[in-house]
Design a protein around this ligand. Structure first.
Ligand code: ARG
Length: 567
């Protein structure tokens, strides 16, 4: 039962819909106050009364309502300092919540609200032949989590890796490869070897500016479909994708399309024509641009003076292609905030072109990730490869596990789940727009707000269930506060998933998991489970343990993190 829904249905405020009321009701700050609370200051303007008076009035109306009183869902209403606090009949609340989790199992939190709707998600979107570094962590795991979250809510999701596979850098690579490269070395070294070539090119080109001209010529040949150049280009692409696939597998990341920038190289003509036909293009120093001064933005460059396209042109073409092919309800771009202006510009240009769906394009911006050890620069070659960060986390996890539990079976497998989980959870735990400094010690802290803390809690719950068994039925005993607090936290999961999707904020999921794990541990230490005072209490506590494990499992599935059986 959705108690918030129940309360929103029963309180009637003139001029306010049930949905609006529903949004206003929140959890009460603590159990003494109640379970749910309506902050009446939000109604003050509408009802033209003080919050205190409103709370008092609503309380009296509810208490004199025979239907509500005979329902016995609400056990107490109180007006306190302008808040209307509700206490829910705990037994029925606890029973309803556990029944729901235990019967819905892996579907607990799932919904059908997105049925019939399509969401395109552009994430990870790596650059070919460039290192997959720590800077790509956020877009990859945020996008992956949003993909699963929307899917769980019934949406049809399309994951797109908008590859950076277009531009003179590929001419540079061909030039470098022809001059210094060696097939076997590149084949073996993958992205790292390609990156070394790229770095070498930049160093050498400083003294040999003619290399740059050569690179441009090679790029032109790719564009013109020269067989040899195209073959090399495809080979670089293949090597890059093979390399990153290892990481995607570890992080449980999938894509439905790898249509990148080069995919649009022959699809931009119509975009330019349409812009011209709509009188949006003007010439500026030889380039074709859309003036955005009226919107306080620099002009959006569509074609350079030599007639070549830009990043924005390809993105516009991609957006139109996606609309046509997927008919999305929303198209999300999970890209760092450094590109804010780029997205604002081309979204605006599409709007000016009269694409009413431009409003459905969303830039899901996120902050920077840096390593405690220092920053990096791609050109100079001192990059922190994501693969190295993950490996180091797995190694460190192994050392800790080996110390804590030397006899554990499958230590490697556990270390992998813990290490990968630490990286993913660490990247998702904070509000996405915040810059974060990645610290190995912090993400691997067994007692912190970390995935390993949750994983450890789950292993503990599993072990309890193994000893006590999973009860087939249970009844509600006299409840204690840690039990009620835990159930209240569990009950929020469906709402948590919904808000994570609405606000494009996956961090709600790891935060839910830590909150539940903390409350479970409080329950575990305060209430005896296996040695409970009677059979009824024991059965209930085992059922509660089972429901906790289920909810945490569902949360971790959305994050793409595994749960070891034992730790
Ligand atoms: N490859 C780009 C980069 O690394 C990100 C692409 C994001 N997606 C897009 N449609 N622009 O900066």
């Amino acid at each position: 039962m959705d108690y918030k829904q129940y309360i929103a249905e029963k309180i009637k405020v003139e001029g306010l819909s049930q949905e609006e009321l529903y949004e206003m009701i929140g959890l009460a700050p603590n159990l003494e106050m109640g379970d749910y609370a309506l902050p009446c200051f939000k109604l003050a303007k509408l009802m033209r009364k003080s919050p205190v008076a409103i709370a008092e009035e609503l309380k009296n109306t509810i208490m004199s309502d025979e239907v509500i009183m005979s329902d016995k869902v609400i056990s107490e209403v109180a007006a306190v300092n302008g808040y209307l606090n509700f206490k829910i009949n705990k037994d029925s609340f606890v029973k309803a919540t556990l029944d729901k989790i235990l019967s819905e199992k892996d579907d607990f939190g799932r919904s059908t609200e997105g049925n019939g709707k399509t969401i395109c998600l552009d994430y990870s979107s790596i650059n070919i032949a460039k290192p997959f570094h720590i800077g790509h962590l956020s877009t990859t795991v945020l996008g992956g989590a949003l993909y699963r979250i929307f899917n769980f809510l019934g949406y049809h999701t399309v994951g797109i890796n908008h590859l950076g596979d277009y531009g003179t850098q590929f001419g540079k690579l061909i030039s470098a490869y022809k001059r210094w490269g060696d097939k076997a070395t590149i084949e073996k070294g993958g992205i790292r070897a390609l990156n070394e070539l790229y770095v070498k090119f930049h160093q050498e080109a400083e003294e040999h500016p003619e290399y740059d001209d050569e690179a441009r010529a090679y790029f032109k040949r790719i564009e013109e479909g020269d067989a040899e150049c195209l073959e090399l280009f495809h080979w670089f692409k293949e090597l890059t994708l093979k390399d990153v696939q290892k990481i995607y597998d570890m992080l449980d990341i999938h894509f439905d399309s790898y249509a990148g920038e080069s995919f649009y190289s022959d699809k931009m003509g119509p975009v330019v024509e349409e812009l011209r036909a709509k009188n949006l293009l003007i010439e500026s120093r030889g380039a074709q641009v859309v003036d955005l001064e009226a919107y306080n933005m620099p002009p959006c460059i569509i074609l350079k003076s030599d007639g070549t396209s830009l990043y924005a042109t390809r993105d516009m073409s991609a957006a139109m292609y996606r609309k046509e092919h997927y008919d999305f309800d929303k198209c999300l771009y999970v890209v760092a905030y450094q590109q804010n202006l780029h997205f604002k510009q081309f979204f605006k240009v599409l709007e000016l072109m009269g694409k009413e769906w431009a409003k459905d394009l969303v830039h899901v911006a996120y902050g920077m990730v840096s390593l405690e050890e220092g920053t990096m620069s791609t050109r100079k070659g001192n990059v922190v490869f994501l693969e190295d960060v993950i490996s180091k986390c797995i190694e460190k996890a192994y050392t800790i596990i080996d110390e804590k539990n030397p006899d554990l079976e499958n230590k490697e497998d556990v270390a992998k789940k813990v290490g990968v989980g630490a990286v993913v959870f660490g990247a998702l735990y904070n509000n996405k727009i915040k810059d974060i400094v990645f610290s190995y010690d912090k993400v691997l802290n067994f007692d912190g707000e970390t995935s390993v803390y949750v994983q450890y809690t789950c292993a503990r719950a599993k072990s309890v269930l193994q000893k006590g068994g999973v009860p087939e039925t249970y009844e509600i005993p006299t409840l204690t506060n840690p039990e009620i607090e835990l159930v209240k936290a569990l009950a929020t999961f469906p709402d948590v998933v919904k808000s994570a999707a609405e606000k494009y904020e996956p961090s709600f999921i790891p935060r839910f998991a830590v909150d539940v794990a903390q409350k479970f541990n409080k329950f575990y230490f305060d209430c005896k489970i296996l040695a409970a005072e009677d059979e009824k209490t024991k059965n209930f506590r085992l059922a509660l343990t089972n429901a906790t494990l289920q909810a945490l499992k569902n949360a971790f599935t959305l994050l793409g993190i595994g749960l070891p059986d034992k730790m």
